[in-house]
Design a protein around this ligand. Structure first.
Ligand SMILES: Cc1cc2nc3c(=O)[nH]c(=O)nc-3n(C[C@H](O)[C@H](O)[C@H](O)COP(=O)(O)O)c2cc1C
Length: 241
């Protein structure tokens, strides 16, 4: 349990690539991730090719944990198989359930990512989730041959740990029996202050981290901002455009 109690995202890996045996084991585990209605609405692409890792890293603000990962797993919200089988059986797309189906695929892929993260941790690796891929989703889908009705949604850097990140402050998000609004908000205010202090310290120590506590003044987003790009990409998936 210590591995889970002390887990933090790892950003510094040695660069050593994952051996085939571990890839085979992880593949079996990923295939066993639960799926909504058993519709199997996700896929995963395990990437060890250095050129591909370098490309993803460059696109992801040069984040080094991607290029130095033992493997990078790309999770895909994947309605390709189901859509195709429905087309072949002349079952018309149901417009009424389009959001439900899309979100089911996103949820399946996200759960698979968390399932894989835990398995990788058990295997002794460090991990970092990568949502940044959504800001260049169309490009990565094209590069990796991802079909229509399938969309990459989340990545996972898995690597041999070189430097372990310090544990970040955490806020309580668990309630017993019934939600406690007052405590929820009060704890978050304290958490926000602790987070701010921690990030200031990290910045001073040269550990480059964004000071991204929740009460920071709202940014004015430009069309070119990654967050705007992520939002547009997610809208496209949900609306099945
Ligand atoms: C959905 C999701 C997307 C994330 N995307 C990125 C990312 O693109 N790059 C990155 O370095 N970390 C990413 N992270 C890691 C978070 O920044 C990290 O989990 C958070 O700061 C809490 O730190 P901890 O994991 O050490 O507890 C992501 C995490 C989640 C859950």
């Amino acid at each position: 349990m210590e591995k889970y109690l002390n887990r933090s995202s790892i950003k510094k890996f040695t660069g050593k690539k994952m051996i085939d045996k571990d890839v085979e084991l992880l593949s079996k585990i990923i295939n066993n991730s639960p799926t909504s209605e058993n519709h199997q609405l996700f896929s995963a692409i395990i990437i060890r090719n250095q050129k591909t890792l370098d490309w993803i890293s460059r696109k992801n603000w040069n984040q080094s944990h991607i290029k130095n990962a033992a493997a990078f797993v790309l999770f895909v919200a994947d309605r390709y198989r189901l859509t195709k089988i429905n087309e072949n059986n002349n079952i018309k797309k149901n417009q009424k359930t389009i959001y439900f189906d899309s979100l089911k695929a996103i949820i399946d892929a996200t759960i698979a990512c968390a399932y894989t993260m835990n398995a990788a941790i058990e295997m002794g690796y460090g991990t970092s989730m990568v949502g940044g891929i959504q800001s260049y989703g169309d490009e990565i889908n094209k590069k990796l041959n991802i079909p229509k009705n399938a969309y990459s949604i989340l990545g996972l850097s898995i690597g041999e740990i070189s430097v372990k990140n310090k544990f970040k402050p955490k806020v309580n998000k668990v309630f017993n029996e019934i939600y406690n609004k007052k405590k929820s908000y009060k704890d978050f205010i304290q958490y926000d202050k602790d987070t701010y202090k921690e990030f200031i310290k990290r910045k001073k120590n040269g550990i480059i981290e964004e000071i991204n506590n929740a009460s920071d003044p709202k940014k004015h987003f430009l069309e070119s901002d990654p967050y705007v790009k992520c939002s547009k990409y997610l809208e496209k998936i949900i609306k099945n455009k």
